[in-house]
Each structure stands twice: as C-alpha cells, then as structure tokens.
Design a protein around this ligand. Structure first.
Ligand SMILES: Cc1cc2nc3c(=O)[nH]c(=O)nc-3n(C[C@H](O)[C@H](O)[C@H](O)COP(=O)(O)O)c2cc1C
Length: 453
C-alpha cells in the first residue's frame, strides 16, 4: 500500500471539525514549531525534505522560502494559492473540503517559519462553498487559540483570511493573484522583482499552493529526512493526483512519487484501467497546459524505460517525447476520443482566460481557437495544421506570464503526435461533424518507425 501523508484520515467522519481533527493528532506541528523550533530550523527541514511546489512548476519550496527578504520593520506575507482553475485539476478542492484544518495547520506552521503575522488563502470564486468550509474551520481555530494573538502563549500572532476570487484562471498566476488580492484587476506583473522581494502591497511575500502548504505539516512532524525517504531522486514525498477521463475509477489519489504510470492507470488501487474495456489512446498527465502523450509514450519513455510518476520521468525526452507532472491533473483518453476536439476545447479555455496584456497571447489564443474550431468541424484545410504550429511557436516564450506557453504547448504536442488525426478531419469532413461524442471508428496514435543508423 502506498504511504499517505495528506489523506491519511480521509475516511474519518467529520474530519473537517476541529475536535475530530485534533483527535487524529491535528495541530501537533504547530505545537512543535512554535514551542520547540526556530523559524530557521523549520526552513531547514523543508529544504531537507526536498519538497517541490505542487502548484505546477515544481520549484523547491525550501529554496523559495530562503529567498524571502527580511527588511526591518516591513511585514511579510504568506499567501496560499487555492485558485485551482487548471482544467483536469481538482486535488486542492478535495483536500480543503475534507480536511480544511490540515491546510490551516500548514498555514500557521509555515507563517511562523516565514515570520508572517497576516496570511491569506486566495480561493477561486467557483469554490465559494469551500470558502465557507474554510471560514468555519478558521473560526474554530481562533476559538481554540490556534490563531489570533499569542498562540499557545508563545507570543506569536497570526491572522488568517480567506479571499474569494472572481472566477479568473489568470488569478492563479502568483503575481496576478497578488494584484487581485490588492483589489485590482488580476493582470500578471513583470518579474523581477519576484514576490519574495516585492509581493503583496510591495512587501516580501511567499505564494504557495494548497498541497505544498499542507505537506509542511508531516515535514515538521516527522522531519525533512523522513519525507525525503519517500519518492525517487529529486521527486520526494507524496503527490495528490486528480485522475479523470475514460478510466474506471476517477478521483483524487495520494501516490508516493515514483509509482509507475502503468500501475497508476491500470491497477485497482488507483484508476482501475480504461473504462468499457477500450484501449488507451492518450494521456495528459499534469493538467490541460502540459503536452499530451500518445499511448506508446504514456507508460514507457522514448528509450523504453518505465515511465514513473515523478517530475523527471514524466518530462523525460523534453517536449519531443515527454510531458510534465504539472499540477497533477491526470486525464486519460480512450480510443474513440477526438484529439482535435479536445485541443480545440483547451484552446477555447485559454483564449477566454487570457488577460489580454500581451498581444501574442491575446490575439494568438483567439486565432488558434478559431483555426482549431474549423478543423474540428471538418471545415479546415491542410495548411491550417501548419498554421497552428506556427502560431504556437509565436506565442511560446513571448508573454509576461506562462499562460501563453500553457496555451501553446497542448496545441504543438497534439499536432506533433496526432497530425494524422488533424488530417483526418480535413480529408473526411462528413465523418467528424459531431466529434463531441468521439469518433465512430477509433483513431489511434501512429508510432513513428525507428530511425535506422
Ligand atoms: C496561468 C497560470 C495559472 C496558475 N494557476 C495556479 C493555481 O491555480 N494554483 C497554484 O497553486 N498555482 C498556479 N499557478 C502557479 C503559480 O504562479 C505559482 O507558481 C504557485 O502558486 C507557486 O506555488 P508552489 O511553489 O507551491 O507550487 C499558475 C500559473 C499560471 C501561469
């Protein structure tokens, strides 16, 4: 059985209440941190753990924390990114709904480590009901003395607020989030300066994902070394994966880093295989913005190694033959799903969510969406396929924030691995009129022939 650190007590009734949470050992990390450790020691444990940001980029958390500027007399902030708007990703919601106190505990311990006395949880507008769950839990924590003034008599003060966003994906980008938190339109800022130097209200700020902050609890309780024993190489600890698509058991799973992708998809412990006895066609392993993998690259890398659920293995081969772990939004497609329609669907999302500051993203995402739409409807031509490749190239790397990349990569990867399916849409328009329900006949990836020496 895979070890669990975040979903340990997942099935305990009323875990969302402070009494039940406490009865399972909850808030122990706060006692340990505030009474027995210095902030520097906590940062050191987080560094030792090898924890990497669970919001998508995988940046080492301890290193990020150590970048935080500490000018005299200037407040510091910890902001939890609960915007979770990446299509295919729903792990943070699951955690917050079921175990809000784990996040609150992580916020207190992490805020203490960073020297923050005011912290925020910024949650997407669509999760309004989850914000209510968090607010109730925060009120309980204040009432029991885990938040507020002089926590546990240690002299440490912390106020924790929940801020609900207004339903914009771009507000998950950390600097857009900070703009929104300040009450402005959520446009990403030009970096540098990074939030660690000039973040919320121009003050030093750390922005971390929900799961990252929750992982600080077991790291402080058991020590960074124990955490680092789980996983493989630079992918340590456990990871929440939200699995969806044509699988028998969609849901949120906590895996130990390093589980083979094949085991994750096909074993009954996790996804339970492809639904309705069909074949797997493709997989998007890390949320809508990461490159799609054709069936023959999902469980094996291009060099024939087992593909593992780690940052390194999922990106093995770069974007030519790999993808990314990203935010852990794992979407599996069966043989009848239409890659062209799926790519159009993602593209429509990025066009809608582009903040419009940078022309390549504002104009390019809309252009890609329109071209994909006509291809999907069987009204495109062969030149459209190369036009999409060109558009993706023009957007990638040419925007203030990575939303442009997020819009370009899925299109580029889909054409790279499924060009024949785009061509099918041009050649057989009468067959693709309603690809919404998938293709009538399966269209599987075509594995390129090996290059002879
Ligand atoms: C367009 C866009 C949307 C993002 N959405 C989220 C999000 O919903 N949640 C999240 O944690 N990070 C999101 N990120 C990444 C954040 O900018 C940031 O890297 C992350 O919150 C840092 O936390 P971590 O180090 O704990 O991963 C997004 C980035 C971009 C470019």
């Amino acid at each position: 059985m895979s070890r669990k650190l975040l979903l340990t007590h997942d099935n305990v009734p009323n875990l969302h209440t402070i009494d039940v949470y406490r009865s399972k050992g909850g808030y122990a990390s706060v006692e340990k941190a505030l009474k027995k450790m210095t902030p520097e020691e906590i940062v050191e444990e987080v560094k030792k753990s090898g924890l990497r940001g669970r919001g998508g980029a995988g940046f080492p958390t301890g290193m990020k924390w150590s970048f935080l500027a500490k000018p005299e007399g200037v407040p510091r902030y910890l902001v939890c990114n609960a915007d979770e708007s990446e299509p295919g990703t729903f792990k943070d919601r699951y955690l917050m709904e079921r175990n809000p106190h784990l996040l609150i505990e992580g916020m207190i311990t992490s805020s203490f480590a960073l020297g923050a006395n005011t912290s925020y949880i910024y949650i997407r507008g669509e999760y309004f009901y989850v914000s209510r769950i968090l607010e109730t839990a925060i009120a309980e924590a204040y009432a029991k003395g885990w938040l507020g003034k002089n926590i546990l008599g240690t002299g440490y003060n912390l106020d924790l607020y929940v801020q609900v966003g207004a339903g914009a994906y771009i507000c998950g980008e950390e600097t857009a989030l900070l703009e929104s938190l300040e009450g402005k339109r959520g446009n990403p800022r030009i970096k540098p300066p990074f939030p660690a130097i000039a973040g919320l209200y121009g003050c030093p700020t750390v922005v971390n994902n929900v799961e990252t902050i929750a992982a600080v609890v077991p790291i402080v309780n058991d020590g960074g070394d124990e955490y680092a024993k789980i996983g493989i190489g630079r992918s340590t600890g456990t990871k929440l994966i939200s699995a969806s698509g044509n699988i028998n058991k969609p849901g949120v799973y906590e895996i130990e880093m390093g589980v083979p992708v094949e085991e994750f998809i096909f074993s009954d412990q996790y996804c339970g295989g492809i639904a309705n006895g069909k074949r797997m066609k493709a997989c998007v392993p890390g949320g809508s913005s990461v490159p799609i993998l054709p069936d023959y690259l999902v469980c094996k890398t291009a060099t024939g190694e087992d593909r593992l659920m780690t940052y390194e293995s999922l990106s093995d081969g770069g974007f030519a033959t790999g993808s990314m772990l990203g935010s852990g939004g794992f979407i599996v497609y069966d043989e009848h799903q239409c890659v062209v329609r799926n790519t159009w669907n993602f593209s429509r999302f990025y066009h809608h969510e582009s903040c419009g500051q940078c022309s390549p993203c504002r104009e390019g995402t809309g252009w890609m969406e329109r071209v994909l739409h006509r291809l999907e409807k069987g009204m495109g031509n062969m030149n459209d396929i190369d036009l999409l490749v060109e558009l993706a190239k023009k957007i990638e790397g040419n925007t203030i924030c990575p939303l442009g990349d997020a819009a370009a990569w899925p299109v580029a990867a889909a054409i790279k691995h499924f060009r024949h399916e785009f061509e099918y849409h041009v050649l057989y328009p009468e067959k693709v009129k309603d690809s919404k329900h998938g293709h009538k006949e399966p269209i599987m990836p075509v594995k390129p022939a090996p290059v002879m020496a």
